[in-house]
Write a protein of this length. Structure first.
Length: 135
């Protein structure tokens, strides 16, 4: 379900900071520390946020590790100016897990539907997976 409000499809910009914390040469896997920093309505706002975060401790040593991802905004139009970020974690072993943002929704109902669909399409052991909605 793509959000089409009138003749306009809405996109938002997801800002994350991701840097390598461990690399396994044997299997080629790279494990990263990922932080979601914000969802912005305009690309310029996301770029301005990078300038802000680049000066803060923890980020200033990894200034090249900011990522902006253009994403469709799913769901029904609302006037609250809040979005619901649907994320996914699958635990691998020890303290390592895989993380991704599945989508960004304008309403909680659409976010819950997105999680349900992801669970139905998953091929992994359910006990190793975790979905969350962040408002």
């Amino acid at each position: 379900q793509i959000s089409l409000w009138g003749d306009v499809m809405y996109y938002v910009y997801l800002l994350t900071h991701k840097y390598c914390v461990e690399s396994n040469e044997k299997d080629g896997d790279i494990y990263a520390n990922t932080k979601v920093l914000g969802v912005y309505s305009r690309l310029k706002n996301a770029r301005d946020a990078i300038d802000f975060f680049s000066g803060l401790g923890g980020f200033c040593d990894y200034k090249d590790d900011f990522y902006i991802r253009k994403m469709k905004l799913y769901g029904k139009e609302n006037s609250s100016n809040t979005v619901h970020l649907v994320d996914y974690e699958r635990f691998l072993y020890d303290d390592l897990y895989t993380y991704d943002v599945l989508g960004i929704c304008a309403d909680e109902q659409t976010a819950n539907e997105m999680i349900e669909k992801a669970r139905q399409n998953s091929h992994h052991d359910e006990s190793t997976e975790e979905y969350d909605i962040i408002e």
